[in-house]
Design a protein around this ligand. Structure first.
Ligand code: CA
Length: 231
């Protein structure tokens, strides 16, 4: 089995950066710190990524092969996307910074930058965010505290691995929705790890073992050939 990064369901970061080496470096550095990272290289991919899911922080380069990051940001703000955006750019003049902040960036970091500074700024954006974000998810007697990283069912604490926690969070974020195997796998595992979907069944059965303790009271429904649903 291939090594797998620690799942961190709470914090999702989107990196929009066309420079390959920098993008890889950022992705690796942030993944090592247990963030869930998506890295894209063009405006088009960034648009798609943001339509598919929401992110806690977006790190945005400005000079992109198919457009300007500033235009992308303007478009997002107009469209009502509130995600915190940290601009990462070689354009270092005061004017450029002001322009970036004016169109809705939350922070601006000039290249070259130190990784430690970038991480500190990401943490600061997350702190600003967390006060307004839902931190407790509840459904049918299950209660998940995202900050405390605890789960209870009918008041009884449940022990969970970080993977099981991540998996359950996906369901609690989408109660009643049928979630496809692909969607679940993508949310839990980095897509480039090329997940064997059998692994998902293994984790689902572990999760069920912990949650489906009352006979005749299933918590999940298996939709054959499709995926799962939190009842
Ligand atoms: Ca660039």
């Amino acid at each position: 089995m291939q090594p797998q990064p620690v799942a961190h369901p709470v914090v999702k970061i989107l990196i929009v950066e066309d420079q390959r080496r920098l993008g890889q470096f950022l992705k690796r550095s942030l993944t090592e710190r247990a963030y869930t990272v998506t890295w894209v290289q063009t405006c088009a991919e960034a648009r798609d990524a943001l339509c598919e899911t929401n992110y806690d922080v977006i790190i945005l380069d400005l000079g992109l092969p198919d457009g300007d990051g500033l235009d992308l940001l303007k478009e997002w703000r107009k469209g009502g996307f509130q995600e915190p955006v940290l601009i990462l750019s070689a354009r270092d003049a005061v004017d450029d910074r002001i322009k970036g902040l004016d169109v809705g960036a939350d922070d601006y970091l000039a290249k070259p930058f130190s990784l430690e500074e970038l991480l500190a700024r990401v943490r600061s954006l997350l702190r600003r965010q967390s006060s307004s974000k839902e931190t407790v998810l509840k459904h049918g007697g299950i209660r998940m505290d995202l900050l405390g990283r605890t789960v209870t069912q009918n008041g009884q604490p449940l022990e969970m691995t970080s993977r099981e926690f991540a998996l359950l969070e996906v369901f609690l974020q989408n109660p009643g929705r049928i979630l496809t195997r692909t969607l679940i796998s993508e949310k839990i595992w980095e897509s480039h790890y090329d997940v064997d979907t059998n692994l998902l069944d293994v984790y689902m059965s572990k999760l069920r073992g912990k949650l489906e303790v009352e006979p005749g009271k299933p918590v999940f429904k298996t939709i054959r050939g499709v995926g799962y649903q939190l009842l």
